[in-house]
Design a protein around this ligand. Structure first.
Ligand code: NAD
Ligand code: ZN
Length: 346
């Protein structure tokens, strides 16, 4: 089969021919319908050799959907031909966190050598992929896999972040979304559907600001040194009850810390190398700072349910497997509108 692999540190990923994998006991093989292109892949491929821990060659793609194509020994509860999405943050399946469906918080995955597809295990940007356990499959039913595959990360991650901030997003409150890209443009829709907050979107790119407005942001503001002042102006001097930073760069972390209200929430979701100093007199009294990771299995089901009710959608650009390297080039250049989705089987 063909797959998009990161083969060599510092070189762009390429389409290669590899052996079609066979599912082992308990495993499921999917014929991939769609796979999303996430900025985290770009982060992974930017790491120097000393910091790179994902194995080579690495088949990319941690947002995957497909049809069940072959069953390993002993697999039940799923049938050939089922249309499914892959829950990506794989855990041990037995600990307290995994029992709650919070495999994103499994403390044992690393020591057991369990890694998400596309981030250690072979990923979804391939004609076929192996999923290690049926519990990592969520039935899609009548949901279009191409339009919805990216909800497995670009939907789930903002949903997980926003849910914990919801008690603060009461009537009359304000939420700031920094970075209206893949995750950010879904975050805006989740905020609009679940809260009464006024949503202020920030980006460095006018087209992304236009997209932010299109998907429901009340205000769109250029992301620069003056952004915190603009946010203060829009909130009567108080700041925002919640700030979600989907860039995570030093500059955006600083904007987040300078824009949050007393008792507000800052969530640093992006992994752009930023960090925010937190302390008494440094950040607003009682403001909470958090760097969340992906989301839980039950939250993924909730996100798909929201898509079914037309409460959110993903803006997509589609690519064939041969074009997948171009999708990464466009992602690097900040040119993707919404999410790039690869269709490995045409
Ligand atoms: P993306 O490339 O689709 O979107 C990033 C957006 O940020 C773009 O619209 C870009 O124009 C904008 N941007 C860049 N610099 C900016 C700045 N200084 N101020 C405001 N906006 C700016 O990326 P994505 O796939 O949505 O991922 C967003 C971030 O979240 C990445 O860092 C990614 O690695 C990270 N991520 C984290 C998790 C997690 O679990 N914590 C999960 C998925 C992705
Ligand atoms: Zn991702």
């Amino acid at each position: 089969m063909r797959a998009l692999q990161y083969v060599e540190i510092g070189s762009p990923p390429r389409v290669v021919e590899v052996e079609t994998p066979e599912p082992g006991p308990g495993e499921v093989r999917l014929k991939v319908s769609a796979a999303g292109v996430c900025h985290s892949d770009e982060f992974v491929m930017s790491l120097p050799a000393e910091a790179y821990t994902f194995g080579l060659p690495l088949t990319l793609g941690h947002e995957g959907a497909g049809t069940v194509d072959a069953l390993g020994e002993g697999v039940t509860n799923v049938a050939l031909g089922d249309s499914v999405a892959v829950y990506g943050p794989w855990g041990c399946g037995r600990c307290h966190a995994c029992s709650r469906g919070a495999e994103n918080s499994c403390p044992y995955a690393v020591e057991l050598g369990i890694a998400p597809p596309g981030l250690g295990a072979p990923g979804a940007i391939a004609e076929y992929m192996i999923v290690d356990d049926v519990r990592h499959l969520v039935p899609l039913g009548d949901l279009d896999p191409v339009r919805n595959v990216s909800l497995t990360d670009a939907g789930l991650t903002p949903y997980h972040a926003i849910r914990t901030a919801m008690p603060k997003l009461v009537g009359g409150s304000t939420a700031v979304v920094i970075g209206a890209g893949g995750l950010g443009h879904v975050a805006i829709q989740i905020l609009r559907a679940l809260t009464g907050a006024r949503v202020i979107a920030l980006d460095v790119n006018d087209e992304k600001l236009a997209l932010a407005k299109e998907v429901g942001a009340h205000e769109a503001v250029l992301s620069n040194d003056e952004a915190p002042e603009a946010i203060k102006r829009l909130t009567g001097g108080l700041g925002a009850e919640a700030v979600f930073d989907f860039v995570g760069a030093p500059a955006t972390g600083a904007i987040a810390a300078a824009s949050v209200a007393l008792e507000g929430d800052v969530q640093l979701v992006g992994i752009g190398g930023g960090a925010v100093p937190v302390g008494f007199g440094v950040t607003p009294y009682d403001a909470a700072f958090r760097a969340p990771y992906w989301g839980t299995r039950s939250e993924l089901i909730e996100v798909f349910e929201m898509a079914r009710r037309d409460q959110l959608h993903v803006e997509i650009e589609t690519y064939s497997l041969d074009e997948a390297p171009q999708a990464y080039e466009r992602l690097h250049a900040g040119e993707i509108r919404g999410r790039a989705v690869v269709l490995p089987n045409g």
